[in-house]
Design a binder for this molecule. Structure first.
Ligand code: NA7
Length: 574
C-alpha cells in the first residue's frame, strides 16, 4: 500500500471512513464499478463496524437474518447462510469477513487507522484527511460510513475512576470477554443492549443487579435455529424478500397491518396481541397500523405488554418496577429479548429503580445511590447506549469551506440534505447520516440505498466534469423541517428521553434525528433529486445562501403531513 512516509499525502479518488456494512459496499461500488482509486480507513483491527465492537454477552441483531444481509448481488447472497432467525454478533462479523474476502476488499482497507480530522481545500476541491497517527491522505470524494451507533456513551458518573473492580461499556467489549463467574455484577441501562445482556450475564454471575432508570417494553424474540429446509427456502426466495424489504416503510421483511387497534373490540385485541406475542420480535409492532399514530391505539398495546411483564415476573414489587413504563410502546426503539423478564425470577437477580433513588456516585466498592445505599460490586457493565448518529461524525474534526467546523455548524443540531450531504462541506457524503431513515429501518436497506445513490452521484459528477458538489443551505433547512414534521406526525417524540432525540447525552441538542417518513418515500425523494439533476446541490460553484429550497422536495413532501402522505409518515417507528 502507498504511504505518506515522505510527507506528501498519498492521493486517492475516494476515501471511505469505516469498514462496516456501509464502507464495504461503498468500496466495492467505487472501486469495482466506477474504477476509482479508493481506500477505506478503519479504526478497528478488523472489518465489521458495529458488529466488530459490540461483543457484549447476548449481542444479537433484532432484524431477522434473512433481511440483515446485502441484496445487491444474488451470487453473494447465495454464498452465505445464517444459522438462526436472528443473527448473533459473531455470525454477522463472520458474514462481513466473508463479504470482504468474496469481493476481494481487504487490499484496499487500512485497519487500525482512526481518522482524526478532514479539511476541504477550496482551491483544489480536495479533502485532506489526517489520521490519529498523523498520516495525511487526500481525496476528491470523502464518504463517512461511520455508523449511527458507534460512539459509546459512558455516563459521567462521579467517582468512576475510584472503582476497585472492573467496568466495561457494552459497545467496547474486550475480545477476550469478561468472566462473571462468582462476581457481583451491576448493569446500568435497560435499552435493547441491557435487555439482551442481562439474561446472559445472569447465567454465570454470582449476583446481577440491574440499575433501571427508564422501564422498557420488550417482546420475546423467539430466536431459533434455521432448519436446512428453511435456509433453502430463504435462498430461493431471494428476489421476493429483496423486493419486500425495499417496499416496506421500515425495510423489514413483513408488512405492517392496515387494521387499526382503535377499531377492534377487546376480544379481538387480546387475540391479535397474543398471537403477535407468540410470533415475537419486531413483528409485534406490525400487528396494527395505528400504533404509532394514535395514543389510544398505542395504549392497548402498552397495556397488553405491561400485563405480560406482571404475568412473567413473580415478585409483585419487582414486576411493578419493571412495568412502570412511562412512554408509548415503540416510541423508543422497541427491544426484543430472550428470557429478559424471566431472569428477574432468579434469586440472584434484582432490579433497582434509579429513577426513584438515583445513582449518586461510584465508590471503590460499587454504586452509591442518593439514599446513601451502596451496592457492592465486582464488575459494572454500562449498557448505556451511544452518542447516536451525530457522535461518530463529530468525533472527526471536519473543516469545511472557509474554515468552518462541523461541531460549530451542528451546535444546535445536525443539518443535512437527505442525511447524505452537509452544506459547507463539499464532496463529503455521509452514509445514513442524521436526517436519513437509518435506525428507524432495517439498517441494511438504507445503507444499500445510500451507498448506491452516492456512487451514482459521483459517477454522474465525473461524467459531467464536476469537481465540487455541495448541498445548498436551503435544501438542508427544508429537509430538517421535513424530518421534524415527519417525526411530529408520530408518537415517536413522546419518548422525551430517547436517543432518537439525543436526550441520553447530557448537553446534546434535542433534535429528532432519524427520518420517520419511511424508507419507501425516502428512496423516492432521493431518486427525484437525482433525476432533477441533483436538485438542492450546487455544482462547480459555492453554495448559494439565498437559493430557494428545491422545488422537487416541495413537490414530493407537500402532502406528507396531510391525507395519504400523513398516513405513510405515520406508519413508521421501528
Ligand atoms: P439505549 O437504547 O440508549 O439504552 C441505554 C440505557 O442506559 C437506557 O436504559 C438509559 O436510560 C440507560 N442510561 C443511560 N445513561 C444512564 C445513566 N447515567 N444512569 C442510568 N441509566 C442510564 O442504548 P442500547 O445500547 O441499549 O441500544 C442502542 C441501540 O442499539 C438500540 O436501540 C438498537 O437500535 C441497537 P434512559 O432510557 O436514558 O433513562
Amino acid at each position: 500500500m502507498e504511504t505518506a512516509s515522505n510527507g506528501t499525502p498519498a492521493s486517492y479518488d475516494a476515501l471511505i471512513v469505516g469498514a462496516g456494512f456501509a464502507g464495504l459496499y461503498q468500496l466495492h461500488l467505487l472501486r469495482d464499478r466506477l474504477g476509482l482509486k479508493t481506500r477505506v480507513l478503519e479504526a478497528a483491527d478488523g472489518v465489521g463496524g458495529t458488529w466488530y465492537w459490540n461483543r457484549y454477552p447476548g449481542a444479537r441483531c433484532d432484524s431477522e437474518s434473512h433481511s440483515y444481509r446485502y441484496f445487491f448481488s444474488r451470487e453473494l447472497h447465495d454464498s452465505w447462510d445464517y444459522s438462526e432467525r436472528y443473527p448473533g454478533q459473531e455470525e454477522i462479523r463472520a458474514y462481513l469477513n466473508h463479504v470482504a474476502d468474496h469481493l476481494d476488499l481487504r487490499r484496499d482497507i487500512q485497519l487500525e487507522t482512526r481518522v482524526a480530522a478532514a479539511a476541504f481545500d477550496e482551491k483544489t476541491n480536495l479533502w485532506t484527511v489526517t489520521t490519529k497517527a498523523g498520516e495525511r491522505l487526500t481525496c476528491r470524494w470523502l464518504i463517512t460510513a461511520v455508523g449511527c451507533l458507534s460512539s459509546a456513551n459512558v455516563p459521567d458518573i462521579p467517582g468512576l475512576e475510584t472503582f476497585k473492580g472492573e467496568w466495561r461499556h457494552t459497545g467496547r467489549w474486550p475480545h477476550e470477554g469478561v468472566d462473571f463467574a462468582g462476581k457481583r455484577v451491576g448493569q446500568v441501562g435497560t435499552g435493547s443492549t441491557g435487555i439482551q445482556a442481562a439474561p446472559v450475564i445472569a447465567e454465570t454471575a454470582k449476583t446481577l443487579t440491574v440499575f433501571q432508570r427508564t422501564a422498557n417494553y420488550s417482546v420475546p424474540a423467539r430466536n431459533h435455529p434455521l432448519s436446512p429446509e428453511r435456509k433453502r427456502e430463504l435462498t430461493e426466495r431471494f428476489e421476493e424478500i429483496r423486493d419486500l424489504v425495499r417496499s416496506t416503510p421500515n425495510a423489514h421483511p413483513f408488512r405492517i397491518s392496515a387494521d387499526k387497534a382503535a377499531e377492534q373490540d377487546a376480544e379481538t385485541l387480546a387475540q391479535r396481541y397474543e398471537k403477535a406475542w407468540e410470533i415475537g420480535g419486531l413483528r409485534f409492532r406490525a400487528v396494527f397500523g395505528d400504533l404509532l399514530v394514535d395514543k389510544g391505539a398505542n395504549d392497548t398495546a402498552a397495556t397488553f405488554l405491561k400485563g405480560k411483564i406482571r404475568e412473567i415476573v413473580k415478585d409483585p414489587a419487582t414486576a411493578a418496577v419493571l412495568s412502570n413504563i412511562d412512554h408509548p410502546y415503540a416510541a423508543k426503539r422497541p427491544p426484543i429479548d430472550t428470557n429478559y423478564f424471566d431472569t428477574f425470577n432468579k434469586p440472584h437477580v434484582a432490579v433497582i429503580d434509579v429513577r426513584a433513588d438515583p445513582i449518586k456516585r461510584i465508590v471503590p466498592e460499587g454504586i452509591e445511590l442518593e439514599s446513601g445505599k451502596v451496592h457492592e460490586l465486582d464488575v459494572i457493565v454500562f449498557a448505556t447506549g451511544f452518542d447516536a448518529m451525530t457522535g461518530p461524525l463529530l468525533a472527526i474534526d471536519f473543516e469545511g469551506v472557509g474554515g468552518r467546523r462541523l461541531k460549530d455548524d451542528w451546535a444546535a443540531g445536525p443539518r443535512t440534505w437527505m442525511g447524505v450531504a452537509v452544506p459547507g462541506y463539499p464532496n463529503l457524503f455521509t452514509v445514513t447520516g442524521p436526517g436519513s431513515p437509518s435506525v428507524l429501518a432495517n439498517m441494511i436497506v438504507p445503507i444499500e440505498q445510500h451507498v448506491e445513490w452516492i456512487a451514482d452521484c459521483i459517477e454522474t459528477m465525473r461524467a459531467e466534469g464536476v469537481e465540487r458538489i455541495e448541498a445548498e443551505p436551503a435544501a438542508a433547512e427544508a429537509w430538517m423541517g421535513h424530518v421534524n414534521d415527519a417525526a411530529n406526525a408520530t408518537l415517536l417524540p413522546e419518548a422525551g428521553h430517547s436517543w432518537y432525540l439525543g436526550a441520553n447525552v447530557p448537553g446534546k441538542p434535542r433534535v429528532f434525528m432519524p427520518y420517520a417518513g419511511g424508507m419507501v418515500r425516502f428512496r423516492e425523494i432521493c431518486d427525484a433529486v437525482s433525476a432533477a439533476g441533483y436538485a438542492g446541490f450546487a455544482r462547480n460553484r459555492p453554495a448559494d445562501p439565498e437559493a430557494a429550497p428545491p422545488e422537487v422536495l416541495t413537490a414530493m413532501v407537500g402532502g406528507a403531513e396531510t391525507g395519504a402522505g400523513r398516513a405513510e409518515a405515520l406508519a413508521q417507528g421501528i
